[in-house]
Design a protein around this ligand. Structure first.
Ligand SMILES: Cc1cc2nc3c(=O)[nH]c(=O)nc-3n(C[C@H](O)[C@H](O)[C@H](O)COP(=O)(O)OP(=O)(O)OC[C@H]3O[C@@H](n4cnc5c(N)ncnc54)[C@H](O)[C@@H]3O)c2cc1C
Length: 628
């Protein structure tokens, strides 16, 4: 499997998709021009019991984090102290989402998110430890796909032990079709071989979920499969503890499996279902990162407010200079939206009345992007102090405000659990699913002429019914959504924009047909518009539910800011440099512009100060050529 072509990669991704939509989806309908406000309004609420349990735990957790966790120490030592993990274990924080009958706390998704927000606000590394274990590690797939016996065996352990999720390999990132790790059946076991990279918690984990390929053979359907592996099993070595730009405290490693014997009873689901299990786990698992982002947003709002008032330059607090006040407005409004999106998505997940896979994916995508913008603006607002480390600030007698750390810690959210680029494709795939399901064969290069003709007839009927629904809607009625008061106009805008988005997708499908899936610039903007519309909807519904003039005002401000972004995105759908950029990139990759790189050194190539060494990359002719 060293070489996998694009078609195979897509096929593997497609097979891992959940294709059915059994429950209504606000997100999916939004992309189809059908603004189903009724699916999110009135704002869903937790049951009294879920609230009581959640609030009790939050109080205990907040007290613990405020008194027992020293964020500066974690940052300085790049380690989470044992007593912190011990304390969290004692209060049940390793089993927040595990049902009580298996020794967990049985918290709802809403309160799990709020708990991560509290932990993430003191230490994102600690938040990453908890979420890698509970959102993607062993407990969630076992809860969702395990047999009763597996639940009885593993869930009580997961409530007290740390686990990790091992999919990525040196050659396998966004594209799992290249997966190399193997699990070869041998009697009543499988024998695991392979190397897993960037295993969050992998260095300290007691249990891991490993994705490995089972070869097809007699009695074995084979395919990428998910295994629970006890880290005590002989043959496992952790070869490196990786260090990163941020999240310095995470225990992330390279884990090698060499002839590791795993009982067949540890297979989750069936052979070949591994990727589907991973993706389904991520449906709600993806809501952890928005929790981290919401935590950052809230803290950024506090620091922005405090510093903009305190710091006086040019005769006024910096917050009174318009350029800075705009940042305060952006940070504050976005903080409210980040929380609104997190809570709404979490509560929708708890209610189980709708399918939230698009909402959770939009929340991951939007939150990780917006939180980075917030952090960047906060650095700017703090000036030189934004760039200075908290330790250095404290060493010279100032308050140690870790703003640069926030920027570094947040950056990974745009890369892991589905990079922004992959989230764009994944959401676009779901969003245009209605088109593909009726018109799929028309644009499928492998379909026969007969299949194409039948698909064309089917598509004609579908579009004849669907297109008229995109022409008019509630958004054009001046009194629509009146119960939202000053926010009604924003919901009318969302309704109109949702139809415009669907019309744009329809035009694009007609224009590019099968080529649409390659128009990543177009698809990315389309998804970003959907994400902004979801954020606007979440904020309006939240503000209406919270009540109070201050919340309505902030929601109004957020929606106005979001509308400016949406308009730019709509504009960019048809006016952009995508085609030229693609040509330019092809030429750049071919080396046509290598002259741009002249006149500087490449620090990644060892210089003579490293001393005599093995022939390294610097000895290669092509490397010399690229630096001129
Ligand atoms: C700190 C950290 C923690 C991690 N924790 C875990 C973990 O616990 N478990 C685990 O299994 N993995 C983990 N990962 C791996 C992480 O999920 C991957 O880094 C991520 O999936 C991206 O893969 P990649 O880095 O190989 O990038 P690549 O897949 O090589 O992508 C490189 C770039 O190309 C883009 N790209 C790739 N394919 C396409 C496409 N078809 N269209 C458009 N753009 C594309 C990507 O978005 C990216 O910008 C972690 C990584 C880090 C850094």
């Amino acid at each position: 499997m060293s070489h996998v072509d694009e078609r195979t990669a897509r096929k593997v991704a497609e097979e891992a998709r959940e294709t059915e939509w059994r429950l209504p989806s606000f997100g999916k309908q939004l992309f189809l021009g059908d603004f189903r406000l009724d699916l999110i309004h009135p704002h869903p609420r937790p049951t009294d019991e879920a609230r009581r349990r959640g609030e009790e735990f939050l109080a205990e957790l907040t007290e613990f984090c405020a008194t027992k966790v020293d964020p500066a120490l974690i940052e300085r030592d790049a380690r989470i102290p044992d007593d912190v993990i011990g304390g969290l274990r004692e209060m049940g924080a390793l089993g927040m989402k595990i049902p009580e009958r298996y020794g967990g706390l049985g918290l709802s998704q809403l309160y799990y998110g709020r708990a991560l927000m509290v932990v993430g606000s003191v230490s994102p590394a600690l938040g990453a430890l908890l979420s890698a274990h509970q959102s993607i590690g062993v407990p969630q797939p076992v809860k969702l796909f395990g047999t009763q016996e597996q639940k009885d065996v593993w869930l009580p352990r997961c409530a007290r032990q740390i686990s990790a999720f091992l999919l990525t390999e040196p050659d396998v990132g966004s594209d799992p079709a290249r997966l190399r790790a193997t699990a070869v059946p041998d009697g009543d076991s499988y024998v695991l071989d392979g190397v897993k990279l960037w295993t969050t918690n992998g260095v300290v984990a007691d249990l891991v979920v490993v994705m490995a390929r089972v070869p097809k053979s007699d009695g074995h359907r084979g395919g990428i499969s998910a295994f629970i592996v006890d880290m005590d099993t002989p043959g496992i070595t952790v070869e490196n503890r990786n260090a990163f730009m941020g999240l310095r405290g995470i225990e992330n490693g390279v884990t090698r499996f060499h002839g590791v014997r795993v009982p067949a009873a540890n297979l989750i689901g069936r052979e070949g279902a591994g990727l589907k299990i991973a993706l389904t786990t991520l449906n709600t698992g993806r809501l952890s990162l928005p929790a981290m982002c919401a935590a950052s947003g809230k803290w950024a709002a506090k620091i922005a407010r405090e510093w903009s008032r305190e710091r006086v330059q040019w005769g006024r607090p910096v917050g009174e200079h318009e350029a800075v006040s705009k940042k305060v407005a952006f940070i504050t409004a976005t903080a409210y939206a980040l929380e609104a999106m997190l809570d709404l998505s979490g509560q929708l997940a708890d209610d189980e009345r709708g399918d939230i896979r698009i909402e959770a994916a939009l929340a991951k995508l939007w939150s990780s992007e917006m939180a980075c913008r917030v952090a960047d603006e906060l650095v700017q607002l703090r000036g030189g102090r934004g760039y200075e480390t908290a330790a250095s600030l404290a060493a010279r007698g100032e308050r140690g405000v870790p703003v640069e750390q926030m920027l570094r810690d947040l950056r990974i959210n745009r890369i892991f659990e589905g990079s922004t680029e992959i989230m764009h494709l994944l959401i676009a795939r779901e969003a245009v699913d209605a088109h593909l399901s009726v018109a799929g064969d028309i644009i499928d290069p492998d379909a026969s002429a007969g299949r194409k003709a039948r698909a064309a007839a089917r598509a004609g009927g579908f579009y004849a019914r669907w297109l008229p629904t995109l022409v008019t809607g509630a958004g054009q009625r001046p009194n629509a959504y009146a119960e939202f008061g000053p926010l009604a106009r924003h919901l009318r805008y969302v309704e109109r924009a949702s139809r415009k988005l669907a019309r744009s997708t329809f035009y694009a499908a007609g224009r590019w047909q099968g080529g649409l899936e390659r128009r990543q610039g177009f698809l990315g903007r389309m998804v970003d518009i959907g994400a902004e519309l979801y954020a606007m909807s979440a904020v309006c519904v939240r503000a209406r539910s919270d009540g109070g003039a201050s919340r309505i005002l902030l929601a109004d401000a957020f929606c106005r800011q979001a509308r400016v972004r949406v308009e730019e995105l709509f504009d960019g759908l048809w006016r952009n440099t995508d085609a030229m950029d693609a040509r330019l990139a092809r030429a750049a990759l071919a080396g046509d512009f290598a002259w741009v790189e002249e006149g500087v050194l490449d620090p990644s190539i060892p210089g003579p100060w490293i001393g005599p060494s093995e022939p390294g990359p610097s000895d290669r002719e092509d490397v010399h050529r690229t630096i001129g």
